[in-house]
Design a protein around this ligand. Structure first.
Ligand SMILES: [Zn+2]
Length: 342
């Protein structure tokens, strides 16, 4: 009897592992275990040679085995029936219906990519509030109350407190970090910013920036250029030209804008680059000494550079998207195109 019980254990393992892939395999299983000449019947036939005092125990083992063998068969028989009702043969090798996973928004893809590039250079992420006060958004950054540069940015103010506003740039985070005074500073500030602009293919009332700030002793414009060269090459590859143009920002002196040769036409001239062959991708410069002093940093000892990158601009260039509004319309036909991209 011991031998038979061992044999039953082996059959039980076989049944547990059984995964039929075709209706034919399932039928083979039925014949082997449950058929008129099958194993279950044969084992019950052994009953007569079992001594009387063990008959009860053996009967229980046999019944459990029979239930297991039948249960497995019914489980797959049911799948087969469901398959037949749905109008196809049982084919358990068919892939399941795919679960459609959500995808990252293209803005997030580019933001994450930019963050990873700057992290490799030792920059860390700093964040701040989107509802900002006047000091951190404007005054600390050299934009005194009547400064004409405030007109460059149309601002959303909060009604019940004229000192509050929706930040117009992530430079407000830089002001907050500088005030803390833990030098040297090497941060990037990714985030959403707001401007009171009419929505069109080229402008929106909110968009995303990554600003960077590096303050230490002996930081030079050469450091700034090298950092930004590295960034654009990691972001877009090496197959284009870069140029710096002198510019004006109230936060930096000297200031520059950085252009890259148009990725879409290769510099030949197209709609995206307005037929100039160049596309502006960021603004930058050496931090104005007055801003360092405003935030309690000794401008004789420390220098620094800052830059601001529009993430929408980067994303439009990278994916050749021509209308800014697509980013916020949540049209699945648009968003699905970025599937599979990390
Ligand atoms: Zn072009």
């Amino acid at each position: 009897m011991e031998q038979i019980v061992q044999q039953i254990e082996a059959y039980k393992q076989e049944i547990a592992a059984f995964q039929p892939k075709t209706a034919d395999e399932l039928e083979q299983y039925r014949i082997k275990f449950l058929g008129t000449k099958g194993l279950v019947k044969a084992l019950f036939g052994e009953m007569k040679s079992v001594p009387n005092e063990q008959k009860k125990e053996f009967g229980q083992i046999l019944n459990a085995f029979k239930q297991l063998a039948e249960g497995k068969y019914e489980e797959f028989q049911q799948l087969k029936d469901e398959g037949a009702q749905a109008g196809h043969e049982l084919d358990l090798t068919l892939p399941a219906e795919p679960h459609r996973l959500g995808t990252r928004h293209p803005i997030s893809i580019l933001r994450n990519k930019a963050i990873r590039i700057f992290e490799r250079l030792g920059f860390t992420i700093a964040e701040g509030p989107e509802i900002e006060d006047d000091w951190h958004n404007f005054t600390a950054l050299n934009l005194a109350e009547n400064h004409p540069a405030r007109d460059m940015q149309d601002t959303f103010y909060v009604n019940h407190n004229p000192d509050w506003l929706l930040r117009t740039h992530t430079s407000s985070v830089q002001a907050r970090v500088m005030e803390q005074g833990n030098l040297p500073i090497r941060i990037i500030c990714p985030g959403r910013v707001y401007r009171n602009e009419t929505i069109s293919a080229r402008a929106h009332c909110f968009f995303h920036q990554i600003e960077g700030l590096y303050i230490a002793e002996n930081v030079s414009f050469a450091d700034l250029k090298q950092t930004l060269y590295y960034f654009v090459q990691e972001m877009f590859g090496k197959d284009f030209k870069v140029r710096f143009r002198p510019s004006y920002f109230p936060f930096t002196e000297p200031s520059a804008e950085m252009d890259i040769s148009c990725l879409i036409c290769g510099g030949e001239g197209c709609n995206v680059c307005k037929h100039t062959g160049w596309v502006e991708i960021l603004g930058c410069g050496m931090v104005h000494p007055q801003i360092l002093e405003n935030c309690g940093i000794d401008s004789k000892k420390y220098t620094g550079f800052a830059f601001g990158i529009g993430i929408e601009r980067l994303t439009m260039l990278k994916y050749q998207i021509k209308d800014l509004r697509l980013f916020s319309e949540n049209d699945l036909r648009f968003l699905k195109q970025f599937q599979g991209t990390v």
